[in-house]
Write a protein that binds this ligand. Structure first.
Ligand SMILES: NC(=O)c1ccc[n+]([C@@H]2O[C@H](COP(=O)([O-])OP(=O)(O)OC[C@H]3O[C@@H](n4cnc5c(N)ncnc54)[C@H](O)[C@@H]3O)[C@@H](O)[C@H]2O)c1
Length: 417
């Protein structure tokens, strides 16, 4: 181990009273700023640095930050330089999905606790490597699955677990949208000053397209996994919270692009069957048509012998009893403004976990399970057949198992576990 590696591997000393946690943001876009806002509002964190290959994103983030704090964060293009120069106590990783694994692994190795966004990774195997790195470095890693601390999810889960919905045999998860942009977008030069090659990182080389950055990467398969990898992870996490089971045993998905004609390449229509030991779960997504007959555009329906329970987002939760004499029960969501979610509560748990040296509520291993389940839907779709999963490996199908990884573009090296 050379001196730099030794320094990077040295565990943090306990926080002296009154000293704020040196916090760095890796990926200073929309969601990263929502998280950083809560870190600053906690009064326990000082923002020391921002990293982003796009200086325009950093400029916008700093402007926003100047309204919240007098902190003067230093700017970096490359997060590796940030980690070695700043030695942050906490790193927030809010990069596009294909850039979650390496910064998280490098940050924990550099001694930082990490708050990383969902999905934890772009491929299943990257996620496993992240769990391993977090454990080996004994750092806390919280995954941005804030539904775990949303007040309505907490009461909803209590209701579900109380048995009032009866025996549940099917859970239907879904995300539908009302409109699609059908116009293709031409490739252009990247925004001024942007290091597009660094943004691409381990992903295949391609020309810049304004539909990809910022925020559009979700529907490009080189960088993300479409709506299943985006919204699906949230709802699978809720299902894995509800059930005693840790993973689906068998997964089968079909998908296609039937409506979208824009520059994206992820499916606009997808269904997945997740077979658990004691129930079946389905995922259904569509980027068009909404669903006027059911109202809820997003969430999960739990079908039980006593009725149907909808767990939603802005629409809270509702139980529709089978027995018409019983009233419908509804609980509103309690969300915060700006982010429209409950990052505040998840950040508070993260801070407590660091201080108490315990795992956070959305620890990396829990994030791995929700991410792996979703991404296995993509693996099945690509393989064109169902896959059997033991929680760590695809069973009896070496060709499908290869899809748990993808090649990295040099010089980036796949984080093998
Ligand atoms: N938990 C939630 O509800 C929730 C909501 C929204 C977004 N997210 C997640 O947050 C992540 C970011 O999404 P977004 O909408 O903010 O995207 P965004 O495009 O607004 O921001 C991502 C930023 O990361 C930067 N980036 C790219 N490569 C980088 C690198 N190597 N180092 C540092 N920065 C790099 C980009 O230039 C961009 O500024 C995604 O993974 C998304 O799934 C989670």
């Amino acid at each position: 181990m050379d001196r730099r590696d030794f320094l990077l591997a040295t565990p943090l000393l306990a926080q002296p009273p009154g000293r704020k946690y040196k916090t760095a943001l890796i990926g200073s876009g929309w969601w990263g700023m929502n998280i950083l806002r809560e870190a600053i509002a906690s009064g326990e964190c000082t923002c020391v640095a921002l990293a982003d290959p796009d200086p325009n994103q950093i400029r916008a983030a700093k402007l926003e930050l100047s309204k919240l704090t007098s902190d003067q964060p230093r700017e970096y293009r490359d997060y590796r330089e940030l980690l070695s120069k700043e030695r942050p106590d906490i790193a927030i990783v809010a990069t596009p999905d294909h850039w979650h694994a390496l910064p998280t692994i490098d940050a924990v190795k550099a001694g930082a606790h990490v708050y990383v966004e969902k999905p934890i990774s772009h491929t299943v195997a990257e996620g496993y490597a992240m769990v391993k790195a977090a454990r080996e470095s004994d750092r806390q890693v919280q995954v941005g699955l804030h539904r775990r601390v949303s007040p309505h999810s907490l009461t909803g889960m209590e209701f579900l677990k109380s048995g009032k919905v009866g025996k549940i045999g099917l859970v239907r998860t879904f995300a539908h949208a009302n409109a699609v942009n059908t116009k293709p977008t031409a490739d252009t030069a990247p925004p001024p000053g942007m290091d597009w090659d660094l943004w691409l990182g381990p992903a295949p080389k391609r020309a810049f397209n304004p539909a990809i950055h910022p925020r559009g990467f979700r529907q490009f398969l080189d960088f993300a996994n479409g709506t299943l990898g985006d919204w699906g992870v949230h709802w699978l996490d809720q299902i894995l919270w509800w059930t005693e089971e840790t993973h689906p045993k068998k997964i089968f998905s079909t998908a296609g692009r039937y409506v979208r004609q824009d520059s994206t390449d992820a499916p606009d229509t997808q269904t997945v069957n997740f077979q658990f030991e004691s129930f079946l779960c389905t995922w259904e997504q569509r980027h068009y048509g909404g669903n006027p007959t059911e109202q809820a555009l997003i969430g999960a329906y739990f079908y039980g012998t006593e009725g149907t329970f909808h767990l939603g987002w802005r629409d809270g939760w509702t139980f529709y009893p089978l027995d018409k004499k019983k009233p419908t029960i509804h609980v509103d969501a309690q969300l915060h403004t700006v982010d429209g979610h409950n990052i505040q509560e998840l950040w508070a748990d993260f801070m407590q976990a660091i201080k108490q040296k315990r795992r956070p509520v959305r620890d990396i291993e829990i994030g791995y399970r929700a991410t792996a389940a979703s991404l296995l839907g993509m693996v099945s779709w690509r393989a064109g057949r169902s896959v059997e999963w033991d929680g760590r490996q695809i069973v009896g199908d070496p060709a499908a198992a290869k899809l748990l990884k993808r090649p990295y573009r040099a010089p980036w090296v796949y984080p093998d576990a």
